[in-house]
Design a protein around this ligand. Structure first.
Ligand code: CS2
Ligand code: MG
Length: 402
């Protein structure tokens, strides 16, 4: 069996997506997501110029060997561009293998470990009141877990507050939007948001919050401690995680669970955090971390250290990633939760899929493969449109973390 074609499809049904399609000499094809929000064309070039030519004629059944070939063979290892390109190949090959076997991908991985995949939605509002209302809307839709992000009094553009009701797209401009950040305003406000959410909705709903890399370790420790009475499911990206050791300080001060990892791309980014139980959930994804082949290793390493998965699932991860992730989530024994930021209707039309939301859970369906396809004709109607993520500066203009 041989790979006969490897094509990169760029489409922008409301936002940009990069998809790799691998075709074989036996007529079976597989697709993988390679989207890197705000840097899409870097991965397109890496795939088209340096990966696709190497794939033609190779045996698509040799998933592990191809992974090692693309990882070790590049010499220049790791990084978001390289690992997303490898992920796209890997997920497309797992899609092909499952289709050849005539089974849903989760069966190939070892079968289901649960009846459904618990997901959390993204409630946000310009102020405390509208955020509480948005959380109520998600609970009415049947979500059992909701992330809450709110505008911060005194700040113009807060992270996580979008224009839509159901989904939030941060890459909203042809050049990066400049936002201003003020940690004190944020730390003074957030506890009141979760106090109100608990007063309104009680102890039942799982509440999550994304700090989005904006605090120093001691500020993150203070936030975690101040939120303990409200029993959050997790706070995410509490502090930038290049220095994995920084999480020791947070751990010393608070029992609020910690999640990190959506911007990691190999196990090496998380090894100390997991081995020392400095986090509770690892957020790495099939698209960001070299595909199913590597993410399985991350999950197994996490499992022996009591850390659970909590895969990133924002709008900028395509339905292909969501589909593959749901098969992974269905199998992985140390599953925690799956993020589910809904895609727009145009996106769902370009990427027909078998996964369904029901009563707070997503179900991957039992189609052979990962259950997601791409309508190439429809995709061609949405040409690439440059879009950047915002940047953040402190009040004095110092560059900060968006
Ligand atoms: C966020 C993302 O969903 C999340 O947890 O961190 O929305 C993130 O901002 C985007 O994926 C960036 O493209
Ligand atoms: Mg996040």
């Amino acid at each position: 069996m041989k790979i006969s074609a490897a094509r990169v499809i760029v489409t922008c049904p409301g936002r940009n997506f990069v998809t790799l399609k691998l075709e074989t000499d036996q007529g079976v094809y597989g697709i993988g997501d390679a989207t890197l929000n705000g840097r899409e064309l870097a991965v397109v070039a890496y795939l088209q110029e340096h990966v696709c030519p190497l794939l033609i004629g190779r045996d698509p059944r040799r998933i592990e060997d191809l992974w090692q070939y693309l990882y070790r063979g590049a010499y220049w290892r790791r990084g978001p561009v390289t690992m997303r390109a490898i992920a796209a190949v890997d997920v497309a090959l797992w899609d092909i293998k499952a289709k050849m076997a005539g089974m849903p991908l989760y069966d190939l991985l070892g079968g289901k470990s649960r009846e459904g995949v618990l997901v959390y939605g993204h409630a946000n509002g310009a102020d405390l009141g509208s955020t509480v209302e948005a959380v109520g809307h998600y609970l009415e839709m049947g979500y059992k877990a909701v992330r809450a992000q709110s505008g911060i009094p005194g700040l113009d553009l807060a992270y996580g507050v979008g224009r839509g009701v159901l989904h939030y797209e941060p890459a909203d401009a042809a050049m990066p939007t400049e936002t201003r950040w003020d940690t004190r305003k944020y730390l003074d406000f957030i506890p009141s948001l979760f106090e109100r959410l608990r007063e309104t909705f009680g102890a039942e709903p799982a509440l999550l919050h994304d700090v989005h890399h904006r605090l120093t370790p001691i500020e993150a420790a203070r936030l975690g401690k101040s939120l303990e009475p409200f029993d959050l499911f997790w706070i995410e990206d509490a502090t930038p995680a290049e220095n994995q050791d920084a999480f020791r300080l947070i751990r010393q001060h608070t029992t609020t669970p910690l999640a990190v990892g959506e911007i990691f791309n190999t196990l090496w980014d998380a090894k100390e955090l997991i081995a020392n139980q400095l986090i509770d959930y690892i957020r790495m994804t099939v698209v960001g971390s070299g595909g199913i082949t590597h993410l399985r290793r991350v999950a197994d390493f996490a499992a022996i250290h009591g850390v659970r998965t909590g895969c990133h699932g924002a709008t900028d991860l395509s339905p292909v990633t969501m589909g593959a992730a749901l098969h992974f989530d269905s199998w992985v024994p140390n599953f925690g939760i799956q993020e589910y930021m809904r895609h727009s209707e145009e996106t769902d039309a370009v990427f027909p899929h078998s996964y369904q939301f029901e009563d707070g859970y997503l179900h991957p369906g039992d189609t052979a493969g990962h259950g997601v396809d791409i309508d190439e004709e429809l995709a061609a109607r949405y040409p690439y449109k440059p879009a950047y993520l915002p940047v953040a500066r402190l009040q004095d203009g110092t560059m900060w973390n968006w």
